[in-house]
Write a protein that binds this ligand. Sequence first.
Ligand SMILES: [Zn+2]
Length: 330
Amino acid sequence: MSLNRRDLFQRSALVGATLVGGAGPLALSMGRAQAAAPLAGVQAPAFFRFKIGAFEVTALHEGTASRPLDASFVRNAELKDVQAVLAENFLPTDTINISFTTLVVNTGSKLVLIDTGFADNGGPTNGRTLSQLKAAGIEPGQIDTILLSHFHGDHLQGARAKDGKLVYPNAEIMAPEAEWAFWMDDARMAAAPDAMKGAFAGVHRVLKPNAADVKRFKWGQEVVTGITAVDASGHTPGHTAFAISNGGKTLLYVADITNNPALFARNPEWRVMFDMDGEKAVQTRKKILDMAATDKIQISFYHANFPSTGFIAKEGAGYRLIPASWNSTI
Ligand SMILES: [Zn+2]
C-alpha cells in the first residue's frame, strides 16, 4: 500500500481527533495512559559535553536574543539576499534570533569558563549559563579562570551581577591585552560617539572595580595549560580565539568570527553590523574557516545554534558548519 501526502495528513488528523475526543477505539486501547500531564512551558536544561583528548568540554546554552531583521544587519548585502539564505535554512526572515553558547573546559587541574553571557544583566531569554552550570553539576565557586574573547556585552556582562557582585567569586579573570587597551582607555571613551558610549560603560562596570586583578594576555601566549590565545581581530580590536589542545586533539573556540554561521560562514564576505573593522573581520573569518576546513579542526562558535560546535566544510565560495552529533558516551 502506498500513502500519498493527503492520505497521511487525513490519517494523522483522524488519529488526533480520536485522541482528543478520548472515546474512540484507539484511546480505549491505550488503557490508563489518558491522564493529562501538565505542559512544561519551558525549555529543558541545555548543556552538551564532549572531550578534546583528556580535557572535558561542556557547552552551555546561555540563551538567545531576537531583533527585527532590517537592511542594517548585514552592511554589504541586499536584505532580500539575506532573507533568501535565512529561508533556505528554514529560519524566520523578519527576525534574527541570535544564540549564545558559553564553554567550560575542565583540564583536569583547572575549571575554565570561556565567555560569560549576561547573568542577570540581559533579557528574559538569556542569562542561563548559571542554571545550565547547575544542571551540569558545576558550582560558580568552582570556576578557577574566566577567559574573555572580547568585551562585547554578551560575552562579558555575566562576570558581574547587576548588584555589583562577582558571579564567579574564585575565578581569575583573563582578558586580551589589545582589547583592554582599546576599551579601558578613558580618553577614547570620552571621545566615542554616543552610540558607543553604552558599550564602553558596560565594560567599565564589569572590569573597573577589580581592574588590578584582571590578568592581561597577548596572542600566542598559553593562558592556561593547554589553552592558547589566537589573534582573531577584526570583530573587535582585541578579538581572540582560543586553541584548546590535549592528547593530539584541538578545539578552536572562535567566538564571533561569524555571527550565525548559516549566514556568515556561507557568505564570509558579508559584514555583520557588530564587526568593528569589517575588512579585517572578513580576512580573519576566511583565514580561520579555511584552516578549520583544511585541517579538519573542530570549532566552537558563540553564535551558532546550540551546541554551537562541529566541523567546517567548504561549500561553493563559502563554508558550512556540520554540527557535532549527540553521543551517549563522551
Ligand atoms: Zn557576540
